[in-house]
Structure formats: C-alpha cells, structure tokens
Design a protein around this ligand. Structure first.
Ligand code: UDP
Ligand code: MG
Length: 315
C-alpha cells in the first residue's frame, strides 16, 4: 500500500528514459539529501516511454514509498515534454529538476534551495567540472552557452544542466515544448524571474547510455532563434514580422529601380517587384494574425504575476 503523505513543499522532477539501473541508487541518494531538510517532499519520476524495466522499477519504488510518484508517457516524447509534465503535476512550492542517470547529485539539492531562499526564482546548476567527453560534449556546450548568452542576453554558464531549482509559480508559467528545456533560464525571464547560478557536482555516467550525440548542437542552434523570438518579440509580433518584411520591400524597390534602368524593357523586374510586394503584404498580415493569437492566448508576459510566498490564481 502506498503510504499517505502530507502536501509536499518540495517537488523533485526527474525525467527518465531507459535508466533502470540508476533508479535504486538514485532514490537512496535522494532520501539521504532530502530527509535532513525536514520538509515534506515528493519525487516525481516521469518515465518517457522507456522500453526497459524502468517503469516496473518505479512502480515498485512507489509501492514502498508514496512520496515517490510516477508519471508515464505511452511513447518517447523527449526530455522537455517529460520535464514539462513533471512541472505540471508537481505540488510543491519549490521544484527541483534533475537527470535520472546519477550524473547530477541529489546532495546539491539543499544548496540549491538555500540559494533560492536568498531571493531568487530560478537557481541554475553549473557543472564546472563536467564529466563528459571533451570534443563531442564539452566544447560544443561551451560555444552554445556563449552564443545563448549573447543572443538571449541571459549569460548562464551551463544552460544544459538539468539540476535547477525554481519557485513553482515561476516554472509553471514557462511554456516548454520541443527541446526548450535547455533554454529555461532565458524563457523564465519572460516571467520576470530573478536568476542565480551555483556550481554543482557532476559525475560520469555509470549505467546505460547517453540519449544524445553531437547532432543536438544543430538543434540547439535552431531552437535559439525560436527562444530569441519568444523572449524578445513575443510582446510585439507585428514588429518582428514588419522587420522581416523590410527585406522583400527592399527587393521590390530594387526591382522597380532595375526596371527603370532597363528602360522598362524587361518583364522580369516588374514581376519580381510584384511578388516581393505580395510577400510584404503576407508578412504584415501574418504579424496581425500573431497579434490576434497573442490577444486571445495566454502567452502575454504581463499576464505573469510573480508574488513571493503566494501563488497567484491561474487565469
Ligand atoms: N531523457 C528523457 N527522454 C529522452 C532523453 C533523455 O527523459 O528522450 C532523460 C534521461 O533518462 C536522463 C536525462 O533525460 O535522465 C538526461 O539525458 P542524458 O543523460 O542522456 O543526457 P546527457 O547527460 O548525456 O546530456
Ligand atoms: Mg546524463
């Protein structure tokens, strides 16, 4: 029988995909780290469609200890979706996210919480002594983090570190999809979050295999544009589309000039000018549609109100 537990203050969210061997030692370390805190806590495992015995192991762990809760995806939806589901179901006022492969160390959780208490909304772990391959992991990560800092204006050393602590009312308002979990610091600035960094431990992978290779560098690079658009332009999409429209507008004007210079001989110039102008019109209309989405949707930065020690009612 699952034991009845008091409402948790702390929720630890852990996405797991084929991590059967890590789970038992991970749970032991989580208990060793969380019990001395003296707060009611829960651990939310999100099984991201594992094919090994991950779910069966988690079920057994839940039967022994009701504080260990388990969510399960029918198929592999990816780490971001798993984290987002965990955040949605978390009941604590403070949420910690971490990997389930023992590379992050639960022993860092109390330090993250202490940092949060200093008056921050998001505390990001920084794997300063990262235990991953140099060329395929650490070097691309250095470049990616530098680039993310420059583009988003949120200079964090280690965006990719899953070990982070958040105030629930902040992280629950961050819309995570695709692979945006690597951009949580920049995304959370939309809610006005105060962000801090803390150096955390990192261990080499002991069991199983990493789920990512070098190809993720490219995906991170593409996501960066999305995040820039979301964080810098979400409040005024018309401006974003209007800025894009400048390019075809210049093309159109250039074509008209070319037409004049060719003494109106060629049909190509007016045709290009017309097409480019049509594109300008399309972009401007798309900007208006985006405004409409914003006006009726729930992605307005100003809709996010962060009040310390009080969870604002969900609109
Ligand atoms: N993970 C997941 N779904 C996926 C890929 C990964 O839930 O599709 C989990 C994985 O089980 C681990 C965490 O996300 O707990 C980080 O993955 P991994 O350790 O493979 O990444 P790395 O540490 O190599 O960057
Ligand atoms: Mg790992």
């Amino acid at each position: 029988m699952a034991t009845e537990t008091p409402a948790p203050v702390l929720s630890v969210v852990i996405p797991v995909y084929n991590e059967e061997e890590s789970l038992q030692p991970l749970v032991q370390r989580l208990r060793a780290a969380c019990e001395p805190l003296g707060l009611p806590y829960e651990v939310l495992f999100v099984d991201d469609g594992s094919q090994d015995s991950t779910f069966a192991t988690l079920e057994a762990l839940h039967r022994q200890d009701g504080r260990l809760r388990v969510l399960r995806f029918r198929k592999n939806y990816g780490q971001t979706a798993a984290m987002a589901a965990g955040f949605r179901h978390a009941r604590g006022q403070v949420i910690v996210s971490m990997d389930g492969d023992l590379q992050n160390d639960p022993a860092d959780i109390p330090r993250l919480l202490a940092k949060l208490e200093e008056g921050y909304d998001v505390v990001c772990g920084w794997r300063k002594a990262r235990q991953d391959k140099l060329l395929s992991r650490r070097v691309p990560s250095l470049i990616a983090n530098w680039l993310i800092g420059k583009v988003t204006g949120v200079p964090i050393h280690d965006n990719g570190c899953s070990l982070k602590a958040y105030r629930a009312e902040v992280i629950k308002r961050v819309q995570l999809y695709a692979e945006l979990h690597r951009f949580i610091p920049a995304m959370s600035t939309l809610t006005g979050a105060r962000i801090a960094e803390l150096v955390v431990r990192h261990h080499p992978r002991r069991f199983g295999r990493s789920k990512y290779g070098i190809s993720r560098t490219w995906r991170v690079f593409l996501d960066l544009f999305v995040v820039k658009m979301l964080t810098a332009w979400a409040a005024r999409p018309r401006l974003w589309f209007a800025t894009l429209a400048v390019v075809p507008l210049l093309g159109s004007l250039g074509s008209l000039v070319g037409w004049g210079l060719s003494r109106f001989a060629s049909i190509v110039f007016p045709a290009v000018a017309f097409l480019a102008l049509a594109l300008v019109g399309h972009l401007l209309v798309m900007g208006l549609l985006a405004e409409l989405v914003l006006a009726t949707g729930d992605f307005r930065p100003e809709a996010v109100l962060v009040v310390r020690g009080h969870t604002p009612p969900q609109p």
